[in-house]
Design a protein around this ligand. Structure first.
Ligand SMILES: Nc1ncnc2c1ncn2[C@@H]1O[C@H](COP(=O)(O)OP(=O)(O)OP(=O)(O)O)[C@@H](O)[C@H]1O
Ligand SMILES: [Mg+2]
Length: 234
């Protein structure tokens, strides 16, 4: 569970998050809102790249904001980036292994751990290919595999579906829905694709100007008048 209490993040005169209080409890939570709403700021705050001016965040009862970004990764807070960070001249296997070496000091089961996430993400057959040789969808799945390897507690996925086609989006949807069962991690999913949010998230949080516009069961939230006005333009 992610428990956000009275959090404000300010950049100059702009409150990117403005006194935000919300509890995210579902295995897969959606995070949506118009451009500039504060979505990326929230992911940056959770992963340690943005600083709160006020407030507190607890993940599974552990206070988060005093930890450095590296400590948070070791704690199990993992994120994917909107533009994939593939090392082109490493194999797919080694791209994942390089992350595992940073998050897990127990070298005993590295082979099994890397193999398991490559299998889960459907990348086992291209494990030996170079980063430069795989297509966009495989790069997106590699980004997910890197966030999954080790023992993630919370996965922050920033537009994992950017640029892929509809059939691929369906596969991605199945992967995201399965993450909690696969490793027990809670997922926070940012995406502009409302269908992807509907298909994966049981709870959804909507931000607008850094403030909480709505939170609750996804379908109810998407149908709420204030959300339709602010976000869906109706
Ligand atoms: N490093 C920064 N310095 C100054 N202002 C920032 C910074 N990061 C974000 N902001 C401002 O904070 C507000 C929230 O931005 P944020 O990137 O979190 O929005 P977002 O919901 O992710 O938007 P988008 O859908 O466009 O990605 C915006 O007004 C933005 O201009
Ligand atoms: Mg953003």
């Amino acid at each position: 569970m992610i428990d956000i209490h009275a959090v404000t993040v300010q950049f100059g005169g702009v409150k990117a998050l403005d006194d935000l209080t919300v509890q995210l409890t579902a295995p897969v939570c959606g995070l949506i809102g118009p451009n500039g709403a504060g979505k990326t700021t929230l992911v940056n705050l959770l992963s340690g790249f943005a600083r709160a001016k006020a407030g507190s965040v607890e993940v599974d009862g552990h206070s988060l904001l005093a930890l450095s970004p590296v400590q948070r990764v070791r704690f199990g807070l993992r994120r994917s980036f909107q533009t994939e960070q593939v090392v082109e001249d490493l194999s797919i296997w080694d791209n994942v292994l390089a992350i595992l070496e940073q998050v897990d000091s127990d070298r005993a089961n590295y082979t099994e751990k890397v193999g398991t996430v490559l299998h889960y993400t459907g990348l086992a057959e291209v494990a030996g290919a170079w980063g430069s040789q795989i297509n966009l969808f495989q790069r997106r799945k590699l980004e997910l595999a890197k966030a999954l390897v080790g023992t993630p507690r919370v996965l922050l996925l920033d537009e994992p579906g950017a640029g892929i086609n509809e059939q691929e989006a369906e596969q991605l949807r199945d992967l995201i829905v399965g993450i909690h069962g696969f490793c027990g991690a809670q997922v926070l999913l940012i995406d502009h694709d409302v269908e992807l949010i509907k298909g994966t998230c049981t709870q959804t949080l909507v931000l607008d100007f850094g403030r909480l516009l709505a939170v609750g069961a996804t379908l109810e939230v998407l149908n709420a008048p204030q959300v339709r006005r602010a976000y869906l333009g109706t």
